[in-house]
Each structure stands twice: as structure tokens, then as C-alpha cells.
Design a protein around this ligand. Structure first.
Ligand SMILES: C[S@@+](CC[C@H](N)C(=O)[O-])C[C@H]1O[C@@H](n2cnc3c(N)ncnc32)[C@H](O)[C@@H]1O
Length: 277
């Protein structure tokens, strides 16, 4: 860091920013501390002081091995979703397919599907990924991320969950991944106000069967069996109170090897299940 950029960092700290965030902003907008870019740095600092998430201000954020473009059109990918990718890779290592077909439902920035595409490539596994979202804005960001990382075996479908998927994929999908919205309407009030910067449609889901925020998780799990190949896998992220309802929905849908897994914070977070062989 140059003397000039250190001076800018101190200026942002004096405005109330944490040192770490001040450094990230200066590194992004004026890495050499060039006075020409000081206005951009101060503008970014103002946005941060107004509560906007740092990820949107920087415009990109790491997710596993990828640097993903993110903006207010998409959810900021979360660390627990990085864990979901790890769960899928672990489960896939037990199967023999060298060319799995993966459907990533609610792709947002493309985080899950693109990370799988990239990390499976590194393992010599040539996955085909179909990334689905109901938001055209999200699909535009996900497409940009695919191009940015040259992940060209990922295609994009504008769809309400499975509705617009090519019917010929029925019973041929090896892996379904999903991180659907799972926050209840009423819960938003009690959560971090930073969430108000993210798309509401990426966060909030209706209640289902008396379970708060469970409608989208339920809808995905209940239809998964129609699309999975024999032995195919679903890994779905869900709310911390959704574990037993998600497992019940999976058994009801005829799936087997149904279990839940906790995230690193110890929260019941992932449903894992398979189509019978
Ligand atoms: C929690 S975000 C997850 C984004 C990304 N997969 C991630 O993990 O960072 C949920 C995503 O599901 C999408 N979504 C919400 N309802 C949907 C629906 N009915 N059909 C398809 N996608 C939907 C939202 O637009 C959003 O991009």
C-alpha cells in the first residue's frame, strides 16, 4: 500500500468505516492512492456509511474459487452456500458419472452452478449445468459470470422452478441443487437491515403447511422426483427451522437416503436425498 492510499484509508476510518473495509474500498477504487480516484473512493465510502453491503459497492465477491460479479439484482452469495457446493462435490465423488447433468434452481449470480462447473472441471468431470431463475435480472448477472470465467457448458433458463425446463430432461437429471428463498414475510423485520438491499424475491417465501417461509423449498422437493435420474441427488439449502419438514417432504416425494446436514455454524441447513435406483 502506498503512502497516498494509506492516507485515504485513514480518511475513511475517520468517517467511521472499519479499517478492513476502508482498505478494500481503497484497493478497489484507488489502489495506488491516485488523487484522481479519491472522489470514487469517497463516494463508495458514503454508500457504505448508508448501509449498502460492501459486496455491491465493490461489484464482485469471492465464492469458493470464483470471483463473481454481484450487484443489487442478485443475492450476495453466502458462506453456507459455499458449504452446499462442498456437500454436492463430496456426494458426487461417490458416483461414477463423468458427465453429470446438474440443474441449479434459483441460480442468482450463478454461484452454485458455476462453482460446481468449475471445480468439477478441475477434477476432470465434464458437467453440463442448467441454471434456472425466475428473475431475468439475475439471469443476466449469472450469464455475465459464466462468460467471465469461460464456463461455457452452463445454459440459462427463465423459469418458475421446473416449469419451463425442457421436458426431455425428465428422469435424466443427475443433480438438483437449490438455495431457494426461505425467509418468512414476518421474519424480515427481525433480520439484519442489510437484507433490505437485496432482492426481496431472492429472500422471502410464503408459508406452507404451517411452516414459515417453506413454500419454495416444499415446491422444489416435491417435484424433484419427476426430474431426477435413478440414483440422482438433490441438495437443497433451507431455513434453520425447516429440517424436519424438508425431510418429510422428500420422503413423501418418494426420495430415499433422506438426511439433513448442519452448516459450520451448527444450523440445520441442507436437505440431502436421492432418487431410488
Ligand atoms: C436465495 S437466492 C439464491 C441465489 C444463488 N443460488 C445463491 O445461492 O447465491 C434465491 C434465488 O431464487 C430465485 N427464485 C425465487 N423464486 C423463484 C422461482 N419461483 N423460480 C425460479 N427461481 C426463483 C431468486 O430470483 C433468487 O435468484
Amino acid at each position: 500500500m502506498t503512502d497516498a492510499s494509506a492516507t485515504l484509508v485513514r480518511e475513511l476510518e475517520a468517517l467511521g468505516l472499519e479499517r478492513r473495509e476502508a482498505r478494500w474500498i481503497v484497493d478497489e477504487f484507488a489502489p495506488a492512492g491516485d488523487a484522481l480516484f479519491a472522489t470514487a473512493v469517497r463516494h463508495a465510502a458514503e454508500r457504505r456509511r448508508a448501509g449498502e453491503p460492501l459486496q455491491y459497492i465493490l461489484g464482485h465477491w469471492p465464492f469458493r474459487t470464483l470471483d463473481l460479479d454481484v450487484d443489487p439484482r442478485v443475492l450476495i452469495p453466502r458462506p453456507e452456500t459455499e458449504e452446499l457446493v462442498g456437500v454436492v462435490l463430496r456426494e458426487l465423488a461417490r458416483s461414477s458419472s463423468a458427465t453429470p447433468l446438474i440443474v441449479d434452481l434459483g441460480c442468482g449470480s450463478g454461484a452454485i452452478g458455476l462453482a460446481l462447473h468449475s471445480e468439477l472441471d478441475d477434477r476432470g468431470v465434464r458437467a453440463t449445468v442448467v441454471a434456472v431463475d425466475v428473475s431475468l435480472d439475475a439471469l443476466a448477472v449469472a450469464r455475465r459470470n459464466a462468460l467471465k470465467h469461460q464456463l461455457l457448458r452452463t445454459s440459462f433458463v427463465h423459469s418458475n422452478w421446473f416449469d419451463e425446463l425442457d421436458p426431455s430432461l425428465r428422469t435424466h437429471v443427475d443433480v438438483i441443487t437449490a438455495n431457494p428463498p426461505y425467509v418468512g414475510e414476518g421474519e424480515m423485520t427481525f433480520l439484519d437491515p442489510v437484507l433490505t438491499f437485496e432482492p426481496r424475491g431472492a429472500l422471502v417465501s410464503a408459508d406452507f403447511d404451517g411452516v414459515v417461509g417453506f413454500a419454495d423449498v416444499a415446491s422444489i422437493i416435491s417435484a424433484a422426483g419427476e426430474w431426477l435420474a435413478p440414483g440422482g441427488l438433490i441438495v437443497c439449502e433451507h431455513g434453520t427451522d425447516h429440517g424436519s419438514a424438508a425431510q418429510e417432504a422428500a420422503r413423501h416425494a418418494g426420495l430415499v437416503d433422506v438426511r439433513g446436514e448442519r452448516d459450520m455454524a451448527g444450523h440445520d441447513r441442507f436437505l440431502i436425498a436421492r432418487q431410488p435406483t
